[in-house]
Design a protein around this ligand. Structure first.
Ligand code: 6MZ
Length: 347
């Protein structure tokens, strides 16, 4: 990428809708965490997958384990969340929906409630410091933790939906797609939907999830994470695609994550192409910018160079992402104005 091109992607105002907090921790923040906990013997190579490297999805989940060891107190979460928010802002992201799985840690006295409160504090502090980004939170369910934990998480998320002044907007379902079955989580997801939490569900991230995806699409979710194996060309089915189209459910697409996690063989085979050609709403996202050593500007640039998109087409893609956010129509309007101001050189 030449300098002028790099400048375009950096300055492009962007919306990030699929970012796991602990997967977004940068190398610099990891260094600070390691400094706080040298006794853990965690090395930087255990928390990120560098340029040219690829791992299986199973191995990616080992990486999250190492990061979770390093991030286990309120103090850590506050630092991590603030660093991540500032980094997204510096990359030109103007609206960010972070997602994170609340954890409790006996050693440090961390509770799931304090976990969520601490991320909210980080968001508020960044706002007070004038960081130019609107940040919201989705509370995540890790599918491997089963029915009861999922229900508990939904109840907690419901409380914050009411009390967080619009900062907590919805629920994410993620975690190792090969562990557990989403059927067990349906009552919790249904309850979340009924109480007004927006749903973003990881769907068809691996080929084995066909049946499960059919069930989850009947909810239906408000957005889909990945959806790699939904379409017939990769072993999905037309009926799954039809469900997505009928409900006009946007897909969050994370190119580098899928390549490095080996669920997609190369950039040109990414399902971006399938959905883009259909004109279906898609949003380019990073997934885990720290773990996969990327940022959103780079992801837009990769999509453009792989699929031959002009700057104008890229701009349109980033602007259309505003329609897919979970915040209110008023926020959408404000963001659209921001995009217009940047385009006309005002901002
Ligand atoms: C599924 C993923 C993921 O919640 O501790 N996570 N789940 N597929 C992926 N594709 C690579 N990447 C991240 O952030 C880390 C957690 O996010 C989920 C996993 O549950 C992981 O433990 P938080 O902030």
């Amino acid at each position: 990428m030449d300098n002028e091109d790099e400048d375009f992607y950096r300055k492009l105002p962007k919306v990030e809708l699929h970012a796991h907090l602990n997967g977004s921790v940068s190398g610099q923040t990891v260094e600070k965490l390691i400094g706080r906990k040298p006794q853990l013997n965690v090395e930087h190579s255990m928390t990120a997958i560098g340029k040219g490297q690829r791992r299986t999805l199973d191995e990616c989940f080992q990486v999250f384990k190492a990061i979770h060891q390093l991030v286990d107190s309120e103090e850590d979460i506050l630092m991590v969340a603030k660093d991540v928010i500032r980094e997204f802002a510096a990359d030109g992201v103007r609206y960010l929906e972070l997602r994170s799985t609340p954890r409790e840690e006996k050693n440090t006295g961390l509770t799931k409630r304090r976990y969520i409160e601490t991320v909210i504090t980080a968001i508020q502090q960044c706002k007070n410091e004038g960081v130019d980004i609107d940040v919201r939170l989705l509370v995540a369910i890790d599918r491997r933790n089963g029915t009861e934990v999922a229900m508990e998480t939904v109840k907690l998320a419901e409380e914050f939906l009411v009390s967080s002044d619009g900062l907590v907007l919805g629920l994410d379902m993620s975690g190792d797609p090969k562990v557990g079955h989403a059927k067990d989580l349906l009552p919790a997801l249904q309850r979340a939907k009924n109480s007004g939490l927006k749903l973003s569900l990881h769907l068809s991230e691996v080929p084995e999830q066909l049946e499960e995806s059919g069930i989850l699409l009947n909810l239906p979710p408000d957005r889909i994470g990945h959806g790699t194996f939904l379409h017939p060309e990769v072993g999905g089915s037309q009926s799954l695609v039809d469900k997505v189209l009928k409900n006009n459910i946007p897909l969050e697409l994370c190119l580098t994550s899928n390549i490095k996690g080996k669920t997609v063989p190369c950039y040109s085979k990414h399902h971006f192409k399938y959905w883009y050609q259909l004109g279906h709403p898609i949003v380019i996202c990073t997934d885990d910018k720290g773990v996969f050593c990327t940022d959103l500007s780079q992801e837009y640039q990769l999509a453009a160079s792989t699929f031959g998109l002009s700057h104008q087409a890229v701009w349109k893609l980033s602007e259309k992402a505003i329609d897919c956010i979970f915040a209110s129509e008023t926020v959408k309007k404000q963001l659209k104005q921001k995009w217009t101001d940047v385009a006309s050189g005002i901002a």
